[in-house]
Design a binder for this molecule. Structure first.
Ligand code: C2E
Ligand code: CA
Ligand code: CA
Length: 798
């Protein structure tokens, strides 16, 4: 209970001393740090003081040995020793462990010092100074020596020094007053008081210097922590420049980088209002700037605030970090901070974001983003009933461009097509590339049939305009399928599927057209799937049959061979034409088995015909690419025993567009067997002269479209003439198919077409009609063969 008033008194005295040495005006934080350093220095010197005290104790004990004073002095010496040891151990403890001053340790050091001083003051008085000259000398030396050592040890903490010195000096004075010789008394007294005063002045001066020095150091350190942090950033290259402004907001410091970044000379920047300056270079009403201003008004630290600025004549991004600064007394003095130009990183970030959402080649939305947009359209539809449209686009024959002109050219074409698409839609519409040559357009908030069909018409027209690729003109078409939500579906998958079905229809309807989804497309799609399943069994069930259409010589209309044409004798649908199931067979891969069967079947049939008759087999490009055609042909010839010269393989131009080298090699292998190659449907696809010269053909078959138009279309007639002439020049056999009239037949013979085929001569014949045809058209000229055929006919009939 007495401890409290004592501590209170001590702390009052403490404050007095602080004022004397200039430590009172410091901020509590810095005072705390300073006190720590004071006690630190006291603690460091404590062992010296204790050691000196013990030396004096030992000396005094030696002198009072066997006197009555020995034992009391021994007790006093022991107490001094213990206190000294204890304070040393305390000092050592907290110096090693803690950063802050342990509570009460300042007061304790003062109290301990006071106790030590008091004990020494008492010791001086109990010594038998009066009787013994030596003892007087020891006492004087002891007091002054202890004072000197105490001064050295405790000077940085004058409170402790005073607490030690005052009782000691009082004790010393008391001892001096007890002297009987007045000369001695005056001499010792003056000396002691003079020494004490000098010591007090020096100590105050020293302590004040210590406080000033360490206080300033602590302040600099605190400021340095802020600046150091900024500087570290600066040095580590995380920032490009340093800036600062005063309490009034005027720029007062900057590094060279700041003037470079702003493009404004230092003289113009100095003194300018920092916030005003930023406002000038950031976009008006920039929310980030508002945020930053709020931070600075509230004197908040801010870090890595990224601002879009126009500096040095270009748009860039800055990242700013700043901290409010305070002076020694804790008053706000402005801001210091760093900044860096992060334009490049920002640009990279934007690029990454763009990549995540956009197709890197065309810059259109990618599939992910498209799905996202579609989903949000569906969400709007569900919430507000907002209708929207989807257009699916697929370029016609893009693969051919890719194959004939190379992938790079194909890519460049896609970029141009994408540009045209983008230019034709409204800003609110979304254009996406879903992959390859597939595109999609979403018209959000627009479920109008007219606007969708209007856009589709314009797209087909615009995309159809020729392009210039590597200086060469090139054309491409586009087919479009349209689905409107909610009319054609309300779920994303449903809408997409229906747009896809509409596109399928557009493709099937001859390309470069658009089609809206219709409900029967759905059932048609189901039909196709069903057909695919049934087609798998068709081969096993012998439902596939070959018909043979005669090919005649233009000169005398005598048959020279047959073209094998496949049919599917479906148990419930009847005879299904190849146009309906060959595409399905191609998609499902069944074409390989069907194709192999056809080649073999045709060879076996032809082997039974008169020997001068040939057989032509259509080979789908899909089959040709997938299989080792030469091997299959070889096998078929071996099994049937048909002479290779009697077989002809018909391929279409589509085959020539992809991997031409591989195709040439395969065609070469077939020809090496002695089998002829004919190019079918000539004139429809990408007919180019280079195909004819590059690929090893024996024959071209002019497409029936030209033949059909030849009667009433002069252009078709000219085309036919040109083809015939070209074929002759290249040494190829020229055949024409789809001949339906005598007129056509006559015209074709007149332009030197060598072979003719068509309904005018005969429809494709089944196995029942074929023997009869052979009998009437072939064997009339060869009686021996006729007899054989008649016998066969009789056998068949039987
Ligand atoms: P293609 O090779 O051009 O066959 C000729 C087509 O024209 C045949 O149709 C034939 O019946 C028809 N045609 C013949 N003369 C005339 C005529 O005077 N007027 C008209 N309008 N048409 C005539 P088909 O048999 O329906 O075959 C269609 C297409 O299916 C064929 O065209 C061919 O590309 C393909 N194809 C037929 N059989 C096979 C086959 O076994 N394998 C493969 N891969 N495709 C085949
Ligand atoms: Ca053909
Ligand atoms: Ca044909």
């Amino acid at each position: 209970m007495i401890v409290n008033p004592v501590l209170g008194l001590v702390s009052a005295i403490n404050g007095l001393f602080d004022r004397a040495i200039g430590a009172a005006g410091l901020s509590p934080q810095i005072r705390g740090k300073l006190l720590r350093q004071q006690l630190d220095s006291v603690g460091r010197m404590m062992p010296v003081l204790v050691a000196a005290s013990l030396v004096v104790v030992v000396a005094v004990l030696a002198l009072t040995w066997r006197s009555v004073m020995f034992w009391p002095l021994l007790v006093v010496g022991g107490v001094i020793g213990l206190i000294g040891m204890h304070s040393v151990s305390l000092a050592v403890d907290w110096r090693h462990g803690q950063v802050t001053v342990p509570p009460g340790s300042a007061s304790r050091s003062v109290i301990y010092s006071a106790v030590l001083g008091t004990l020494w003051g008492v010791v001086v008085n109990v010594l038998p100074i009066e009787q013994d000259g030596t003892m007087r000398g020891v006492a004087a030396m002891g007091v002054s020596g202890l004072l000197c050592i105490a001064m050295m040890a405790l000077v940085n903490y004058p409170q402790a020094l005073a607490a030690f010195a005052i009782p000691l000096v009082i004790g010393g004075l008391a001892a001096v007053l007890g002297l009987s010789s007045s000369l001695d008394m005056w001499m010792h007294g003056t000396l002691l008081i003079g020494l004490t005063l000098i010591m007090a002045v020096i100590a105050r001066h020293h302590a004040a210097a210590f406080v000033a020095h360490r206080g300033a150091e602590a302040l600099v350190k605190e400021k340095g922590e802020i600046i150091g942090l900024l500087l570290r950033e600066f040095e580590q290259g995380a920032s490009d420049w340093i800036w600062g402004f005063d309490a009034g907001g005027a720029i007062n410091s900057m590094s060279a980088g700041f003037t470079t970044a702003t493009g404004v000379p230092e003289a113009a920047l100095m003194g300018a209002d920092f916030v005003d300056f930023l406002r000038c270079i950031t976009p008006p009403n920039d929310p980030l700037m508002t945020h930053l201003e709020r931070d600075m008004t509230g004197r908040q630290t801010f870090q890595d605030v990224e601002l879009r600025v126009t500096a040095d004549g270009r748009e860039c991004w800055w990242s700013l970090t700043g901290k409010p600064a305070v002076d020694e007394s804790g008053n706000y003095t402005g801001y210091v901070g760093t900044g860096s130009d992060v334009t490049e990183r920002k640009a990279a970030e934007r690029r990454i974001a763009l990549l995540a959402h956009h197709d890197s080649m065309t810059g259109l939305l990618n599939r992910t983003k498209f799905t996202e947009q579609l989903n949000s359209c569906v969400a709007r539809l569900e919430r507000y009933g907002t209708a929207f449209s989807i257009l699916f686009l697929d370029l016609d024959q893009f693969k051919a461009v890719n194959d004939s002109r190379g992938h790079m050219a194909g890519d460049r074409l896609l970029v141009q097509v994408a540009k045209r698409m983008q230019a034709m839609v409204r800003e609110t519409d979304f254009v996406a590339r879903l992959g390859g040559d597939e595109f999609a357009i979403i018209l959000p908030n627009d479920g109008n049939v007219e606007s969708a069909s209007g856009l589709a018409t314009r797209l087909i027209e615009q995309i159809g305009h020729p392009y210039l690729l590597d200086g060469e003109p090139l054309s491409i078409g586009v087919s479009i399928g349209i689905a409107i939500a909610p009319l054609n579906g309300t779920r994303p998958d449903q809408i997409l599927r229906n747009a896809d079905l509409a596109l399928y229809r557009a493709k099937a309807d001859g390309r470069s057209v658009f089609r809206f989804f219709e409900s029967q497309m759905d059932s048609e799609a189901r039909q196709r799937r069903l057909l695919e399943v049934e087609l798998r069994d068709a081969l096993l069930n012998n439902e596939l049959v070959l018909y043979y259409q005669p090919v005649v010589a233009a000169s005398d209309e005598s048959p020279i061979g047959f073209e094998a044409l496949i049919r599917w004798n479906h148990p419930s649908r009847g005879l299904v034409p190849p146009a309906e199931f060959i595409p399905i067979a191609e998609q499902s891969g069944l074409i390989v088995d069907i194709g192999d069967w056809t080649i073999q079947q045709a060879c076996m049939a032809a082997a039974t015909w008169p020997e001068h008759l040939t057989v032509a087999v259509n080979v789908s490009a899909n089959h040709f690419r997938r299989a080792d055609i030469a091997l299959i042909v070889q096998k078929a010839l071996a099994i049937s025993g048909l002479a290779p010269q009697r077989l002809e393989i018909e391929i279409t131009e589509g085959l020539l567009l992809e991997k031409p080298d591989e195709v040439i090699e395969k065609l070469g292998e077939i020809r090496a067997l002695g089998v002829a190659i004919a190019m079918d449907d000539f004139g429809t696809g990408y007919s180019s002269l280079s195909h004819l010269t590059k690929f090893p053909f024996d024959k071209i078959k002019i497409d029936r479209a030209f033949v059909g138009a030849s009667c009433d279309d002069a252009v078709s007639r000219d085309t036919l003439k040109a083809i015939a002439l070209m074929g002759r020049t290249l040494g190829l056999t020229i055949a024409a198919e789809g001949v339906e009239t005598k007129e056509q037949a006559d015209f074709l013979s007149a332009i030197a077409c060598q072979q003719l085929q068509g309904f005018y001569f005969s429809r494709p014949l089944d196995s029942m009609d074929l023997p009869h045809y052979l009998l009437t058209h072939v064997l009339t000229q060869a009686p021996a063969l006729k007899a054989a055929a008649e016998a066969k006919l009789a056998g068949l009939a039987g």
